[in-house]
Ligand binder design. Structure first.
Ligand SMILES: Cc1ncc(COP(=O)(O)O)c(C=O)c1O
Length: 400
């Protein structure tokens, strides 16, 4: 009898964490490494949020809470959805989890049966397919290439739906491409969903606040109110408020689903960290100026990185609407050989040679389901970004 679960054979460890770990190891060994792999803001958590956590500790708010969140945080989330998204939920329709990741995982665990299909536009956040597999479902990746700015078309969605489809996972702005759907583009997708009442939509709005230029963020239940009863609107404080380590995510959705998710959580992690929940109350209810300040910094970095990468030979880098990622194509580098003698046949070859020969760590496109490309996280200083992009330019210039 095998000791390890057969379910484990279906999934792979997170490649983004693997790249970050390798870069850290090289750094520890004395190499000059610039990590562009990590998916978290380089800013510190704002002081008012830290102060709320300290106050919670001092007030003795350090015990278990209800499994899916304290009433004060649920109310803050209800208010946030009403204020920012025009969505009306009651606190009974809100679930708080240990990060957005656990919210998505709970929802999949609560709903998937063997053979149920989940449509995932590719390139996708690395965890979606593996979470679906862990929950016993079947991920159905739909390749959305550079020609549609990495966005799924209504025709692609229509073609991917089968009688077994349970969910569409929708992520805008996207990790890894930064692509954001306009309200009109999203309406094209929700119109398709309206024709297929058995398909639910899990909207991962984690990068809602990181949108640039004149782009306006919208979410499915807002664009098509008739989808409200089969939409789980997921979000969290990690990216917007620089709170990745605090581990608070949340969702609004139909009460029956929220109750099922609570059951999973109550038998796995119990409640999310009590202190972090109080910090999240302050993040959502407190001053929001931090968000606008961050946007300015990230937009400047996006423009810097897109311009410099487009100057590199063999690279084409579209300008995304949001998040803190770009997803350049390296089609023009495939088949070449690096100065260090590495044959570049895949994007994994490219990123390994880039790391070994220049010390720049990026995540290869195959990890996100669309090649040949790589993901750059520009959540690091302008100086580091300028240096990293110069190294990428030099690396590409020496490919033969
Ligand atoms: C698209 C997307 N969704 C969800 C998450 C999970 O965020 P967290 O669990 O830190 O709240 C991430 C983190 O990288 C992400 O990129």
């Amino acid at each position: 009898m095998p000791f390890l679960s057969a379910t484990l054979d279906r999934v792979k460890p997170s490649p983004t964490i693997a790249v970050t770990t390798l870069a850290q190891e090289l750094k520890a060994a004395g190499r000059d490494v610039i990590g562009l792999g990590a998916g978290e803001p380089d800013f510190d958590t704002p002081d008012n949020i830290k102060a709320a956590a300290i106050a919670a500790i001092n007030a003795g708010k350090t015990k278990y809470t209800a499994p899916d969140g304290i009433a004060e945080l649920k109310q803050a989330i209800v208010d946030k959805f009403a204020r920012e998204n025009g969505l009306s939920y009651t606190t009974r329709q809100i679930s708080v989890g240990t990060g957005g990741k656990q919210i998505l995982y709970n929802a999949l665990m609560a709903t998937l049966n063997a053979g149920d299909e989940v449509i995932i536009p590719a390139p996708y956040w690395v965890s979606y397919p593996d979470m679906v597999l862990l929950a016993g479902g079947e991920p159905v990746a739909v390749e959305c290439g550079i020609e549609t700015s990495f966005k799924m078309t209504p025709e692609q969605l229509e073609a991917a739906i089968t009688p077994r489809t349970k969910w569409l996972i929708f992520n805008s702005p996207s990790n890894p491409t930064g692509a954001g759907y306009t309200a009109a583009e999203l309406k094209g997708l929700t119109d398709v969903l309206m024709r297929h009442p058995h398909v639910w939509v899990m909207s991962d709005d984690m990068y809602e606040h990181l949108v640039f230029d004149d782009f306006t963020f919208t979410t499915p239940a807002q664009v098509e109110p008739e989808l409200y009863d089969r939409t789980l609107t997921c979000n969290g404080v990690s990216k917007a408020y620089a709170m990745t380590g605090w581990r608070i995510g949340y969702a609004g959705g139909p009460e029956q689903l929220i109750t099922a998710m609570r059951k999973i959580q109550s038998q796995s992690t119990s409640n999310p960290c009590t202190i972090s929940q109080w910090a999240a109350v302050e993040a959502l209810n407190g001053p929001q100026a931090f968000l606008a300040e961050n946007k300015v910094v990230f937009q400047r970095r996006r423009d810097l990185v897109v311009a410099m990468l487009n100057e590199a030979e063999g690279i084409t880098c579209p300008t995304p609407e949001g998040a803190f990622y770009v997803y350049p194509s390296i089609a023009g580098c495939i088949g070449k050989t690096s100065a260090g003698g590495a044959k570049i046949e895949t994007d994994e070859d490219f990123s390994r040679a880039l790391l070994e020969e220049t010390g720049v760590a990026v995540v290869f496109g195959a990890a996100f389901g669309l090649s040949p490309a790589f993901r750059v996280s520009y959540a690091t200083s302008d100086e580091q970004l300028r240096e990293a992009c110069s190294r990428i330019q030099r690396f590409c210039a020496t490919l033969r």
